[in-house]
Design a binder for this molecule. Sequence first.
Ligand code: DGY
Length: 315
Amino acid sequence: MRVFVTRQMTARVEAALASAFDCTFRRDPAGLTPAEAAAALADYDAVLPTLGDAFTAEAFAGPVRARLLANFGVGYNHIDVAAARAAGVAVSNTPAPELTDATADLAMTLLLMTARRAGAGERLLRAGQWTGWQPTQLLGAHVSGKTVSIIGMGRIGRAVARRCHHGFGMRVQFFNRSPLADPGLPAVQIADLRAAMQADFVVIAVPGGAGTRNLIDAAALAAMPAHGCLINIARGDVVDEAALIAALEAGSIAGAGLDVYAREPEVPAALIAQERATLLPHLGTAAEEVRDAMGMMAFDNLLALAAGRDLPNPV
Ligand code: DGY
């Protein structure tokens, strides 16, 4: 089976793929354009794509040889799944437990960094401007015992909730599209998004895509208290970036911790200028064992296709 791998994988994953398939490993760090995606679909039996590869409707318009997009990543908003289906191409993803935990850990990293002004403190020290401990220097927000709202109580949202509840004694509330009978810990479901935004910390954990684009708009941000911090580990375009910048500039929220951006890798200069924003370069799953687990899951889906078995992780 001819497999096109759109980005460099870990050594373990590339070895596994090469042991089973006739693989082409692309070394360009940029995502595929729709034309490159179309060429991959025409020339290979399966493709292992990831975030940033433009499998838009246009990519499926020509001749299609591929039968599977074994996506590397749980999020697949870069793939037009309906167009793929119509062209006879299945799509799978990698909801590995390691991915869930790593992304939830990163949410806590951002929450703590933003609340406790860790980025600003490190910048001060590295600039040689730290003049010594002061009782009132770089005062941030205390985290333990505060209220967190989780927007999207799927696997990752629940993993964030567990960390907030068990690790920091926080009061957990959540907004979720469908009712959740048992969130697995003491947590209150809030039916109204704006009411859910009224918390000390708001963590965005919904899937990306057309259904959630700009879910967190100016009105939702306006519902947050002035001391509130917004954390986004989902997809950048779930938050209206311009409205977020305006809220930070106006001081109507106290901070933002972001791992994702609307037009990655572009990060607006106005966001970079915000001292109260913690900005990470989409590090959610960036640990070798996590990327190994994700790659091996994509590999398992390719193996299933080759053997004519049901895909373990269809989307
Ligand atoms: C995913 O799996 O969708 C992540 O964003 C990649 O870390």
